[in-house]
Ligand binder design. Structure first.
Ligand SMILES: *[C@@H]1O[C@H](CO)[C@@H](O)[C@H](O)[C@H]1NC(C)=O
Ligand SMILES: *[C@@H]1O[C@H](CO)[C@@H](O)[C@H](O)[C@H]1NC(C)=O
Ligand SMILES: *[C@@H]1O[C@H](CO)[C@@H](O)[C@H](O)[C@H]1NC(C)=O
Length: 347
């Protein structure tokens, strides 16, 4: 009997010991898996991920942006929540604070990680003057040098990387045509891959990268067909990018002998929600909710007298797209419901 008690004590002590050791070594991990509610999320990307990094002159800070959530313009390029918010809710944490707000929040406000994403940016420079992916990672590096996060924090944290759409629109604006795109994709993937390795190099052991959305189905691409048909050549460009990305991710995981990198398939998630079921007209899926009243205006524009030069649809909660390039909260909600089954790989 006594022996048994001793044995139980011994087991218990062993358990306590290993448990303490473990929680000291890797906070946020339980049995080697990330724990819901206690991981940190670091985000790099563009407007699909930005939750407020831009200064107040940006469209994301003007009406009617943000009117579904949080109820007024607050820096998101949508009527409400964006990808970052959904991923954070899946992880059971607050949406990470935008980098440019870090000094305005209390230290505890930094515990769910940080969002370095800026709308309009890319892996390379775009026509928008905002930090590209390398610079966003520089910001992260600076914070780590200032010891804003510990090695243990990073060990159980997750990085979300979501961009590249603006790289393609910039390419087209520069070159006027899709010709030469495969070579561009190759250099883009190689730069992206180097950036992902850099993030991993700081000690982040799970990095989720989104595939490119179907560029040909964005309202800006479908407007010419009255929002009826997606542009197949643009979608083919997205698919080519995604194929190269997935190959590179596989190669990198093989090289690191661990599944550090995961792709989140935005392309498939969007397409599954944009394919009309039954006899619903495709236009009801492809039509943006908020549009300019004439071609020289866009969502959120006002004239010099302050008069609105845009119209908002009656039911944004049914729209996939909010403006010419950005999903509405409902769109993100639907995309999230498609992505959800693959998000378990982040734990
Ligand atoms: C994590 O927790 C949040 C609420 O705390 C929950 O909504 C979410 O579904 C959880 N995620 C998983 C994968 O269990
Ligand atoms: C990103 O921006 C920085 C700062 O402007 C610049 O030096 C760098 O070349 C850019 N990187 C890429 C990959 O375009
Ligand atoms: C959209 O595609 C369908 C099927 O290919 C075609 O019949 C229709 O004319 C197209 N609509 C426009 C506005 O181009």
């Amino acid at each position: 009997m006594e022996k048994q008690v001793h044995f139980i004590h011994f087991l218990f002590a062993l358990f306590c010991f290993s448990y303490t050791k473990f929680s000291v070594a890797a906070e946020g991990l339980v049995n080697g898996r990330r724990e819901n509610g206690s991981v940190k999320l670091f985000v790099f990307g563009d407007s699909y991920a930005d939750t407020g990094n831009w200064e107040k002159f940006a469209a994301s800070w003007k009406e009617p942006y943000g009117f579904t959530f949080p109820g007024k313009p607050a820096g998101r390029f949508s009527d409400g929540r964006v990808l970052t918010d959904y991923i954070a809710s899946f992880l059971g944490i607050q949406s990470p604070v935008p980098y440019t707000w870090r000094k305005t929040v209390e230290k505890s406000g930094l515990q769910s990680g940080m969002n370095f994403a800026f709308g309009g940016t890319g892996v390379f420079d775009t026509f928008i003057n905002a930090p590209n992916m390398s610079t966003q990672i520089d910001f992260f590096q600076q914070l780590l040098e200032e010891k804003a996060y510990t090695k243990q924090d990073l060990y159980s944290s997750i990085a979300l990387v979501s961009l590249a759409g603006n790289d393609y629109t910039t390419y087209i604006q520069r070159n006027g045509k899709l010709q030469g795109l495969p070579a561009f994709t190759t250099s883009l993937i190689s730069q992206l891959s180097a950036s992902l390795k850099r993030i991993h190099g700081f000690g982040v052991r799970k990095i989720a990268v989104t595939t490119l959305q179907p560029l040909g189905c964005l309202p800006i691409s479908t407007a010419f067909s009255s929002y009826e048909n997606c542009s197949e050549s643009w979608n083919a460009a997205s698919r080519f990018h995604n194929q190269k990305l997935q190959q590179e991710i596989q190669r990198m995981n093989k090289e690191s002998r661990e599944n550090i990198y995961e792709t989140l398939d935005l392309y498939t998630a969007f397409m599954s929600k944009l394919s009309p079921a039954g006899n619903m007209k495709p236009s009801s899926f492809l039509m943006p909710c908020c549009v300019g009243m004439a071609s020289d205006y866009s969502c959120g524009n006002i004239d010099k007298n302050g008069a609105k030069k845009y119209v908002v649809c009656e039911k944004p909660e049914l729209s996939i797209f909010w403006d010419m390039v950005h999903p509405a909260q409902n769109g993100w909600d639907q995309v999230y419901s498609s992505l959800k089954s693959s998000l378990h790989r982040l734990y």
